[in-house]
Design a protein around this ligand. Structure first.
Ligand SMILES: [Zn+2]
Length: 297
């Protein structure tokens, strides 16, 4: 199969997530996408990105749409759009159809539609339908192919083979759905890794093949970046075309560690400032590792 040159839809040039990842493609670096659960995370992401003059993305889960409600989404969007560097608000792993429709009415810049647990044909149909709806609202769409599944409660994944994205199928999926960003499964899993970790399971040759067969306009995303991930491995995936790294535990572990170590001995302001700083410290390390520091337009 040859590379799909024809992209079915016009590029969404005015979309923030698109602009950020398009610049990353041109510049050969990746952008940190920080999963956030509260205002600390959102504000620490902004502070870290501004400190390093880096573009960055904040991701929240559908849980926040329900738990915090639409006002929180509006706050996040306004705060990110007011940052001194390019930043966007992304909805991560939207699995329920009703949540996708809800999200399309909120100020998200991009949405990850996760229908990867459905039958592959259903995944194509659903994602394609949402790409169409999102286009009218200026929102871009990320989808996942293959199943980036984690072992439950630390039980190693038994059948890794079944989870890998087939490069030819990925190219076909992109062409048929018009999706803007694709999260391939190259051995990356959510949650804890079986012994050997990412170094053993991430298949770089598979990533290279997926990149070479995908249209130039599509940006590749890495999920399942559960620490510890070897820095050199991260750099290699960036060299091979990963433009967005979803980061969650990386920055939350130091945040929570600080709270754990100081709860009961510190007042609220000290706890807030210290945990915020711990979060920012790791966020800044990740931004530098991905090569996006100093890359704000
Ligand atoms: Zn993910």
């Amino acid at each position: 199969m040859t590379k799909t040159e024809e992209y079915p839809y016009k590029y969404p040039h005015n979309n923030r997530t698109w602009q950020i990842l398009d610049a990353a493609e041109k510049g050969g670096y990746a952008v940190a996408a920080f999963n956030c659960y509260n205002t600390d995370g959102i504000l620490a992401s902004i502070r870290a990105a501004e400190t390093l003059n880096a573009p960055a993305i904040v991701e929240i889960f559908p849980w926040s749409m329900h738990f915090h409600g639409p006002e929180f989404i509006k706050f996040a969007s306004e705060a990110l759009h007011a940052a001194k560097v390019p930043m966007s608000l992304h909805l991560d792993h939207c699995t329920l159809e009703a949540d996708v429709y809800k999200a399309l009415e909120l100020p998200f810049d991009s949405i990850m539609v996760d229908a990867s647990s459905q039958d592959p044909e259903e995944n194509v149909k659903f994602v394609g339908h949402i790409v169409e709806l999102a286009k009218a609202r200026g929102i871009t769409i990320e989808a996942e192919m293959g199943r980036i599944q984690g072992g439950e409660d630390g039980v190693p994944v038994v059948d890794m083979e079944a989870l890998y994205t087939e490069p030819e199928l990925a190219a076909d999926f992109i062409a048929r759905t018009g999706v803007h960003f694709l999260a391939p499964s190259i051995g990356n899993v959510h949650g804890p890794y079986p012994p050997g970790g990412p170094t053993k399971f991430w298949q770089l040759d598979r990533l290279a093949k997926i990149k070479s067969l995908s249209p130039d306009s599509v940006r590749l995303v890495m999920h399942g970046v559960t620490p510890p991930v070897d820095d050199e491995l991260v750099r290699k995936t960036v060299e091979l075309g990963i433009r967005k790294f979803n980061l969650n535990k990386s920055q939350h572990d130091p945040y929570i560690d600080f709270l754990k170590a100081n709860l009961g001995t510190m007042e609220m302001i000290g706890l807030q400032e210290g945990s915020f700083k711990a979060w920012m410290g790791e966020a800044e390390r990740c931004i530098k590792l991905l090569g996006s520091d100093g890359k704000a337009l």
